[in-house]
Design a protein around this ligand. Structure first.
Ligand SMILES: [Zn+2]
Length: 180
C-alpha cells in the first residue's frame, strides 16, 4: 500500500474528487475497504463505513458527470440513486460559531450522522453542481491516459493537473522528433 497515491487533485470540489476515484478501465480507488479508507482520509473526510454504498454512489455520480461532459442524456437510474441518497441526509443549514469569530452556515450538520451524512452530503453536492452554474464548466482532462474530471474555472485549462499537461507536451515533442 505504500506506493498507492489516491488521485486527489486538491483543486476540485470534494464530489469531483470523489468521482475521480474511478479511472475508466483502470484502477478503482474505492475498490477495497483499505483503498476507500485511504481515499476518504487523504481527502479529509471521515471514511465511509459501508464501502459498497460509497462505491455505488460514486458510480452513479461518475455516470452523471460523464453524461454531462459529453452532453448525453443521463440515465434515470443514476439520477434516482443520487436523489435517494441525498434525501437520507437532512441538509438544512445550521449555524456554527467558527474559530475565526463568525457564524458560518454548515449544511452538513443535519440530523444524520455517519455514512448517511457523509454520502448524503456528497449526493447533495452532486445535485448542486449538476443543476448549478458549474455544470457547464465540468470537463474531462485531455491528457492521454487520463480521464479525471475538473471544474474549468480558467477558460484555457485543458488538463486536470500540470503533470498531465507536461506529459502531453513531452509526447508531442517525442512524436515530432521521431517523425523527423
Ligand atoms: Zn489529467
Amino acid at each position: 500500500m505504500d506506493d498507492v497515491e489516491p488521485p486527489i487533485l486538491g483543486t476540485e470540489p470534494l464530489v469531483v474528487e470523489f468521482a475521480n476515484t474511478l479511472y475508466d478501465g483502470g484502477e478503482d480507488f474505492l475498490g477495497t475497504t483499505e483503498l476507500a479508507t485511504l481515499w476518504f482520509t487523504t481527502a479529509g473526510a471521515h471514511p465511509a463505513r459501508d464501502t459498497a454504498a460509497a462505491k455505488a454512489l460514486r458510480d452513479s455520480i461518475h455516470t452523471l458527470f460523464a453524461a454531462t461532459v459529453t452532453g448525453a442524456t443521463p440515465p434515470a437510474a443514476a439520477i434516482m440513486h443520487v436523489n435517494t441518497v441525498a434525501r437520507h441526509a437532512p441538509t438544512s443549514p445550521q449555524m456554527v460559531w467558527h474559530s475565526t469569530g463568525a457564524l458560518v452556515a454548515d449544511s452538513r450538520r443535519g440530523a444524520a450522522t455517519g455514512d448517511a451524512a457523509l454520502l448524503g452530503s456528497l449526493a447533495t453536492a452532486c445535485i448542486e453542481l449538476l443543476t448549478g452554474g458549474q455544470a457547464r464548466l465540468l470537463r474531462r482532462c485531455e491528457g492521454s491516459d487520463c480521464c479525471l474530471f475538473f471544474v474549468q474555472h480558467h477558460p484555457r485549462r485543458r488538463y486536470c493537473h500540470e503533470s498531465c499537461a507536461h506529459r502531453d507536451r513531452q509526447a508531442r515533442y517525442y512524436r515530432r522528433r521521431t517523425a523527423n
